[in-house]
Design a protein around this ligand. Structure first.
Ligand code: HEC
Length: 291
């Protein structure tokens, strides 16, 4: 018996964090494996067409894998809320470099294809060699930044390790492993009509779970930073996000409640639960107090 439930594996791939984890290692591996391959081809002074074919296939698949990895990475990033500001900065840098891996991997492919034309042979080997080095360095850097985000900061831990999103185990994971945030998050769904809603205890954990994956420095989406109350009240590109005392007039609440068709947050995935929306609405109606 194989101790792996196939259905479970497939189900976990529906989680973009798992999907990303499953595909990211391909470009990194190809970036490294390509070096001995290219060296061997250069040693044949470019004459081995079998090795040249391998180079085209290997780096060609790296281009595709890099595109798939970057795409699943964007989806995974939307779920990175709850991670600390420092961790999100690492993720942002990782994403910025990762976006262009496909272009670097394309260089050796073009160089190897150019060998076919006798006029291009002189620089074909140079382009393949330089492209392979650049690709190894590029995927190495992206892999290093991604690894730092996951292993040093606990961002995007797969569901299998982190537990279900609304289960208690994942509250810690969603909080990026921060115990303080974990303690705060535990009260998210527990506030009742009697207890007043406060920003640090009730609102911030909701934003950290669902919003600050994108709305955080250094480049918050649409200029709206949701990591602190001051920044939240300053608002974003469209102006103030919250009108204290009036939820219906507050862009943040309308976006989260999906009452405006043109602005639905988070842009991917599910709407906040009714309990969380209710917490946001009550906090705004109470005048958006700091405590
Ligand atoms: C995946 C990234 C992502 C996540 C997660 C996300 N947002 Fe956004 N948000 C955006 C983008 C992109 C825009 C700009 C959209 C546009 O201009 O059409 C935006 C715009 C906004 C705006 C308008 C800001 C302005 O002044 O222009 C508000 C309010 C907002 N988001 C609230 C939220 C809230 C609340 C959450 C959590 C429930 C959230 N967002 C989660 C990406 C995200």
């Amino acid at each position: 018996m194989i101790p792996v439930d196939l259905a479970e594996v497939l189900e976990s791939l529906a989680d973009p964090r798992m999907r990303h984890a499953a595909v990211v290692h391909l470009p990194v591996a190809a970036g490294v494996l390509g070096l001995p391959l290219v060296t061997a081809w250069l040693l044949t002074r470019g004459r081995s067409s079998a090795l040249r074919g391998c180079i085209v296939v290997l780096y060609g698949s790296t281009v595709l894998a890099a595109l798939v990895a970057a795409d699943s990475g964007d989806a995974a990033r939307a779920l990175a809320g709850g991670a600390g500001v420092e961790a999100l900065a690492v993720v942002a840098e990782h994403a910025a470099w990762a976006r262009w891996v496909w272009a670097t991997a394309l260089v050796p492919v073009l160089g190897a294809l150019a060998w076919r034309s006798s006029r291009c042979r002189r620089w074909s080997r140079l382009v393949v060699g330089a492209g392979a080095l650049a690709c190894a360095a590029h995927t190495g850097l992206v892999g290093h930044l991604g690894g730092t985000a996951v292993y040093a900061h606990g961002v995007g831990m797969p569901r299998a390790l982190a537990g279900d999103l609304d289960g208690p185990a994942n509250r810690a994971a969603a909080a990026g492993g921060s115990l303080a945030a974990h303690a705060a998050t535990s009260s998210v769904d527990q506030s009742t009509a009697e207890t007043p809603v406060t920003f640090p205890r009730d609102v911030r954990p909701i934003l950290e779970t669902s919003c600050t994956g994108c709305h955080a420095p250094p480049a918050p989406a649409s200029g709206l930073d949701l990591t602190s109350l001051d920044a939240l009240l300053r608002g974003g590109r469209r102006g103030p996000a919250v009108v204290p005392g009036d939820a219906e007039d507050s862009r943040l609440w309308r976006a989260a409640a999906w009452t405006d068709d043109e602005l639905r947050m988070p842009p991917e995935g599910d709407r906040l639960t009714e309990a969380r929306l209710d917490t946001l609405r009550r906090w705004i109606e109470d005048g958006a107090p700091a405590e």
